[in-house]
Design a binder for this molecule. Sequence first.
Ligand code: HEC
Length: 199
Amino acid sequence: MKEDNQQPTKQPFKTAEKLLFIVAGVFVIFAIIAYGVMQYVMATSDKPIFEQKTHYNLTAEGRKGSEIFRHAACTECHRAMRGGTNMGNDLDGIGSKHSEQWIERFLKDPENTYGDKTMDHGAAPKQAAYVAKMSDQDRHLMAVYLSELISDQGSASSPVPPKGESPFIDSMIKTWAPKAWKEKYTDIRDKKPSNQGEK
Ligand code: HEC
């Protein structure tokens, strides 16, 4: 039998292997440089990296609602005015999607307002079941507050796409939207932008 366990002779890297190492190395170096540049820009620029697309200008009622909102631990699941968590929906900009009435109705009767099953809002033992049990007054004030969280047209939380013509959106619709949709749905861009969503 031939002896297999002989000391292997050292093999130099093949050209392809060398190339692979160089390419991987270049990637790593670029990543480090990009990280450094980003840190530098973040540290020296006073402009936010991400443009703020949501804003609020609270009325007196809205401010009361915002306090109730915070005390009622809604921020354990929701983000609003940049604070809170992302367990539930981001509520920044919700005032551009839903009317105050809709929000108030949702808080009281979530499943019927959604017309579908909900995860956390609703009847016990759902985690946010307590919301439907709060007083009408508290729910009303929170709805006023939330309806004052507005998003800019064209932002991710806005139901209305960016202003102006977009050849990109046009071509995407032409390519991907089935013909039947044209009869079934209207192009939201043909509607007048408004700050209130459905009733
Ligand atoms: C345990 C987590 C949790 C808590 C606490 C919670 N929510 Fe929610 N919320 C959700 C989830 C999840 C949804 C999506 C609907 C569902 O599945 O219940 C939602 C949906 C909503 C919506 C509808 C948003 C939309 O655009 O459809 C509103 C408004 C809302 N919550 C307000 C509140 C308020 C006000 C409070 C506090 C009084 C609160 N939530 C507390 C998890 C929570």
